[in-house]
Design a protein around this ligand. Structure first.
Ligand code: FAD
Length: 596
């Protein structure tokens, strides 16, 4: 195994080719090669990166190396501005560059996938894989007691991915978490208890090394010596190769080396597995002739299978990065390490501490708590807002392709029914407040009704796809955002435990009150983002009659020997940061593929 050479791979045949050595691709590669008779080639566009920025918890979210240079098209409902699409381009994919927050959605979020017609994909079907993928370590006893940190360690197993709650925690967490606990909202334990209300969350940090644990160190490095496992890095997959004959079947891929632009093909005796992520898997399918026929025709690509699901149903969470200026913060606090007022000597000492014995502030990521709230917990107007959803003409707030395709519309309406249930339910979250020990007071919309699209660049199809999230096309999403912001404001300005900080809202600014004012000012200030780096849904796991792309065994409809295992299959985005879900999905997918 280990870093296979392009020249020696060209022309060869493996049982499985996995396109994309990111989070999901590496999980599947590990599990498939447990059987020594099965050969696997992973092809990854990025390289292996062991720089400190990929390892030290301190760099979470402030490391912008290893990003694909990809920007969205103008967002039509967000002042026609453009945003970075946020995709990892490195062995390990998003798991190497993400914010390390590790949390699950509630069981209702996964049950929705099953309700949408995919047996086995509800919470019951996924639960054991959450456990199988992970290993958990709590913080030191002293930290646990000092901050009253709770968790349910039984939800983890002895899996490859090491997650932990760091022992280094800031003193101000006490009052900031305390202020949330003082609200009339539920508190739960991270684990299999419903992660609703407030709860503590681990990070993807290996407690034994205090380094980021990502898909490569967890799932590839320990098994890289397997002779049946091959990783080809720095290589771009350009197209899927299909066998001729009456039944369309994938038999390999065409690829280009990023080093010298050498091109070649490799073949799969059993299957091609797409794991190129929420943005590039739908792109590759379309480049290969699988997608909506009008999109393919516009780019002059011959249609192998007309599949309108590809590039539809694109989802993400929307984040508004509210901030408070705090006075009287305890020393130390995270503002001393990150942002515009860094205390250089403190940060230098933190770096030395980390280097010397893996202690101190650099062992802390960006936070270990969150509130994921049912709509009624942050809005007294939740019932009225929800009632507006069913009164809407859905086509008024969807991309035009939904008007021309009955299956897509039917699928959206099935999702809408579930979303309405979730908006009214105690058992599903509609909004998130990450809880961090400083004045960063982000709000994030968890159950968007708007749907994005991803299409080929018609004049240059192999260039980046045209990504339009259509965020806030549906006015209800804007209302939910407004309610989230107003609750957050009341919380920060009125909760007694927060008053010692004399919090002053800097962005968007307390003078902006109505939904429209908050929305417009946040875009102008550059603090509202249509993506939370959770691109998903554009090759949905749903019946084809509901506008789906893959069946419950993750096979692409109408194509033999072609599966998808990555975030593009999520039919409805769960109220959670995505990585815990993706590790579980990939573990489950591996079992399904092994059973073929
Ligand atoms: C900046 C950022 C912050 C995030 N923060 C968090 C967080 O704090 N908590 C959390 O839970 N989740 C977070 N996420 C989300 C999480 O990391 C992703 O959901 C997850 O990595 C998706 O896994 P995947 O397997 O679908 O795709 P990826 O992990 O993105 O893997 C896809 C891989 O395919 C490769 N690839 C793409 N196209 C090709 C091609 N044509 N040929 C060859 N290779 C290709 C890519 O280089 C990549 O390595 C974050 C994501 C990002 C980007």
């Amino acid at each position: 195994a280990n870093d296979t050479l392009f020249s020696s791979t060209k022309g060869k045949t493996y049982d499985y080719i996995i396109v994309g050595g990111g989070l999901s691709g590496l999980v599947v590669a590990n599990r498939l090669t447990e059987d020594r008779n099965v050969s696997v080639l992973i092809i990854e566009n990025g390289v292996i990166d062991n720089r400190p920025s990929t390892k030290v918890p301190y760099y979470a979210n402030i490391n912008v190396d290893n990003y694909y240079p990809i920007t969205s098209a103008p967002e039509p409902f967000m002042h026609n501005k453009t945003w970075s699409v946020h995709v990892g381009n490195v062995v390990g994919g998003g798991s190497v560059i993400n914010g390390m927050q590790f949390d699950r959605g509630s069981d209702a979020d996964y049950d929705a996938w099953e309700q949408l017609g995919s047996p086995g994909w509800g919470f019951k079907g996924l639960a054991k894989y959450f456990k199988k993928s992970t290993h958990f370590d709590g913080p030191s006893e002293a930290t646990r007691k000092r901050l009253n940190i709770t968790y349910d360690a039984r939800a983890y197993g002895d899996g490859p991915l090491k997650v932990s709650i760091p022992s280094y925690q800031y003193e101000d967490y006490k009052d900031i978490m305390g202020s949330f606990l003082a609200e009339n909202i539920s508190h739960s334990q991270e684990g299999f208890a419903r992660p609703l209300g407030t709860f503590w969350t681990p990070n993807t940090i290996d407690n034994s090394t205090k380094e980021r644990c990502h898909a490569r160190v967890a799932y590839y490095d320990p098994v890289q010596q397997r002779s049946n496992l091959h990783l080809l890095t720095n290589t771009h997959v350009d197209e899927i190769i299909f066998t001729g004959g009456r039944r369309l079947g994938a038999s390999g891929v065409k690829m280009t080396s990023n080093t010298d632009s050498n091109t070649g093909s490799v073949y799969a005796a059993k299957e091609v597995i797409l794991a190129a992520g929420g943005v590039f898997t739908p792109h590759l399918l379309m480049l290969s002739g699988i997608g909506p026929k009008d999109v393919l025709a516009a780019a002059k690509i011959s249609v192998k299978k007309n599949l309108p699901a590809v590039g539809s149903n694109f989802q993400d969470h929307q984040a508004l990065y509210m901030r408070y200026n705090l006075s009287n913060q305890s020393i130390p606090n995270p503002d001393m390490l990150v942002g515009t007022a860094v205390d250089q000597s403190f940060n230098a000492t933190a770096a030395l501490l980390y280097a010397a014995n893996r202690t101190g502030p650099w062992t802390f990521g960006r936070g270990n708590a969150a509130a994921f709230l049912p709509f009624k917990q942050f809005s007294t107007n939740y019932a009225n807002i929800t009632a507006q959803i069913s009164a809407q003409n859905p086509l008024a707030y969807l991309p035009t392709r939904y008007a021309n395709n009955k299956a897509l519309l039917k699928g959206f309406l099935a999702q809408r029914t579930i979303l309405i249930e979730h908006y009214l339910s105690d058992n599903a979250a509609t909004g998130e407040y990450p809880i961090q020990p400083w004045g960063r007071a982000t709000t994030a919309v968890q159950k968007p009704l708007s749907r994005g699209t991803l299409v080929l660049n018609a004049t240059h199809p192999s260039a980046n796809p045209i990504v339009v999230r259509n965020a806030f096309q549906n006015p209800v999403d804007k209302m939910v955002l407004g309610e989230l912001v107003r609750w957050n404001r009341r919380h920060w300005t009125q909760q007694p435990l927060l008053q010692r900080f004399s919090p002053v809202e800097t962005v968007p600014g307390a003078q902006y009150q109505t939904d429209e004012e908050i929305f417009d000012a946040s875009i102008t200030a550059g603090v509202l983002d249509p993506t939370y780096a959770h691109s998903s849904g554009a090759c949905a796991l749903m019946p084809e009659e509901l506008g789906g792309c893959v069946d419950p065994t993750l096979r692409v409809y109408g194509v033999q020997n072609l599966r998808i295992v990555d975030a593009s299959i999520l039919p409805m985005i769960p109220a959670a940061h995505l990585q815990a879900t993706m590790y579980a999905v990939a573990e489950k997918a591996a079992d399904i593929i092994k059973a073929r």
